[in-house]
Design a protein around this ligand. Structure first.
Ligand SMILES: [Zn+2]
Ligand SMILES: [Zn+2]
Length: 253
């Protein structure tokens, strides 16, 4: 109840702030009717990933008719990921970078609240089946310097919308890894292999459950693979993956 009261008290302050600083589009300076939404032009420019896309890795199929042929892309058929299903809200393009890079590096933590409804829509089926949401963790040193984990902000915002529990500290990095940006897929996998574990005090809270792993960006999937393996090793019965944005496959880009 105390929380409810404080929200009510905040409402007039919010209205005053909106009057002084009218809300602007999430990715440009155009005025919009509320926080965390796109203006019509930016909405049209945003690469939402909708069906048909690969059930296992969320890669959008380049042709709509491909969906009839296979629900799982060729790559996932050859080498299935350790998780069961994945969904992404957006293609990781210039427009997605305008939302995600400020969230990651410039303290624009309010972008997590803006992305949550987009992720909840894309991952509705995954959320329905999930028992608990768990974010990809940052290493402790990086968490101290950045002060927050953008994946945890996303997981918490999506969990709140879906009315599901979130365990932001379930996974930990057991060793620091160098930034993966410039590495090949093979080197990325090598760099993060075994770099994650479920915290011993959270094992009981994960065992036997369907876990929805949350991250901001899915690139080669190496980080999510390592996290999913750690969750499964701790006894999670199923892991699904929900991300804000997915890097398109190189052959599609
Ligand atoms: Zn705009
Ligand atoms: Zn796939």
């Amino acid at each position: 109840m105390a929380r409810c009261g404080s929200v009510l008290k905040l409402a007039p302050a919010r209205a005053l702030l909106d009057l002084l600083l009218p809300p602007t589009c999430l990715t440009c300076d155009a005025p919009v009717t509320g926080d965390g939404i796109f203006c019509p032009d930016c909405f049209r420019a945003t690469g939402f990933i909708t069906d048909p896309c690969c059930l296992r890795c969320a890669a959008p199929f380049p042709h709509a008719d491909a969906a009839g042929a296979a629900l799982v892309c060729e790559e996932c058929q050859l080498e299935p990921p350790p998780w069961q299903r994945a969904r992404a809200a957006l293609r990781y393009d210039a427009q997605a970078r305008r939302i995600l890079l400020p969230l990651k590096y410039s303290d624009r933590t309010e972008h997590a609240a803006a992305l949550a409804p987009l992720m909840a829509r894309a991952g509705a089926a995954l959320l329905r089946d999930a028992d608990v949401l768990v974010p990809v963790p940052l290493h402790r040193r990086r968490l101290i310097s950045r002060r927050y984990n953008q994946a945890a902000l996303l997981a918490q915002a999506v969990a709140r919308r879906a009315g599901k529990p979130c365990l932001p500290d379930a996974l930990q990095r057991t060793r620091a890894t160098a930034p993966l940006g410039s590495l090949s897929p093979e080197l990325r996998a090598e760099a993060v292999h075994g770099a994650f574990a479920v915290r011993p005090r959270r094992v009981a809270a994960i065992a036997g459950l369907r876990v929805l792993l949350v991250d901001d960006i899915l690139t080669t999937g190496a980080t999510c693979v390592a996290c999913a393996e750690a969750l499964l090793a701790a006894g999670a019965c199923v892991v699904d993956v929900l991300v804000a944005a997915r890097v398109p496959d190189t052959d599609e880009a």
